[in-house]
Ligand binder design. Structure first.
Ligand SMILES: NC(=O)c1ccc[n+]([C@@H]2O[C@H](COP(=O)([O-])OP(=O)(O)OC[C@H]3O[C@@H](n4cnc5c(N)ncnc54)[C@H](OP(=O)(O)O)[C@@H]3O)[C@@H](O)[C@H]2O)c1
Length: 280
């Protein structure tokens, strides 16, 4: 029996798409949510194969309580899905400090805390999977979403290091970079006013907000298909280290990484010239 522990369960989001895919395979699932009451009707038909737990991932004590509850109920966690996350818009210069910090708290520090809570059990059993929802914004900085990009880039670095650290314990690590997917992710933007503190960026930040609101419900990515792609990636031997989701994201990620590589190569002589001369 495979048990999943999924953060950020909200109807219509990636978290529930993961949960449904796992349940369709006959697995058991602990779904955590800030608003677990929203999942009561959804969970009922699955009976005791689903455990819905209250969890604000930015509260460390809640993280450890939820992980303990899932382990006690199902005997251990086989697949962790770090899914909870969201972006706030604002310029790098003028985004309020509190918004920068809450973006990093949610999208980075909370993931690190969930890892600290889940990994001991996986190490003890000598197996496990860590699937982390990064973003295309974790591979290419997105103007107007600098703090979100920073947090997702941080996740890329964290999970890349983690992959090698936990491989000896039989734990595998996959990092997922979706483009624009039709979840609830953009639904709140219409209710959130621009809080930009630097006037010079206000028109730009307003345009970012307007574009996000216009895209809501029209994003090309299908979360169910995205999750199926993740499951297929996990089943490969060897599985990939990361998986970009969506055609536009694939185009953007490959262009970004090819551009980075070409630029590094253009400046090869300058890079190599920074060492002491041979023998020095
Ligand atoms: N959809 C996209 O286009 C897209 C693109 C790239 C990456 N992603 C990533 O995919 C993941 C899932 O997002 P989604 O698209 O499925 O959006 P979503 O439907 O809005 O789901 C995000 C989930 O995160 C939860 N969350 C937010 N703050 C939380 C907190 N402090 N504690 C616990 N849970 C919290 C939300 O709970 P509430 O409902 O209570 O707020 C919600 O369940 C995120 O990491 C996101 O960055 C999404």
């Amino acid at each position: 029996m495979t048990t999943w522990f999924i953060t950020g369960g909200t109807p219509g989001g990636f978290g529930i798409a993961y949960a449904e895919a796992a349940l369709e395979r006959g697995d058991t699932v602990a779904v955590t949510a800030r608003r677990p009451q929203l999942l009561a009707d959804w969970a009922r038909p699955y009976g005791d194969r689903v455990l819905v737990l209250p969890l604000d991932v930015t509260v460390a004590a809640q993280v450890h309580d939820a992980v303990r509850a899932a382990e006690e109920r199902f005997g251990g966690i086989d697949v962790l899905v770090n899914n909870a996350g969201r972006g706030w818009y604002g310029s790098v210069e003028g985004m309020p400090e509190a918004d920068v910090r809450r973006s990093l708290e949610l999208n980075f520090f909370a993931v690190a805390e969930v890892l600290r809570a889940v990994l001991p059990g996986m190490r003890a059993r000598g197996s496990g999977w860590v699937v982390t929802m990064s973003s295309l914004a974790g591979l290419r900085g997105v103007p107007g979403f600098g703090a979100y990009s920073a947090a997702k880039f941080a996740l890329e670095g964290l999970t890349e290091a983690l992959r090698e650290e936990v491989a000896p314990f039989g734990i595998r690590v996959l990092t997922v970079e979706p483009g624009a997917f039709r979840t609830r992710a953009y639904a709140g933007f219409a209710d959130e006013k621009v809080t930009e503190t630097t006037d010079a960026y206000v028109p730009f930040v307003e345009s970012v907000r307007t574009a996000m609101i216009a895209q809501d419900g029209r994003q090309p990515g299908d979360p169910r298909r995205g999750v199926q792609a993740v499951l297929q990636a996990m089943a490969q031997d060897p599985p990939p280290h990361r998986l970009v989701l969506g055609a536009a994201a694939y185009e953007a990620a490959t262009a970004q990484l090819e551009g980075v590589l070409a630029e590094l190569r253009d400046h090869e002589a300058a890079s190599r010239g920074a060492d002491f001369p041979p023998g020095a």
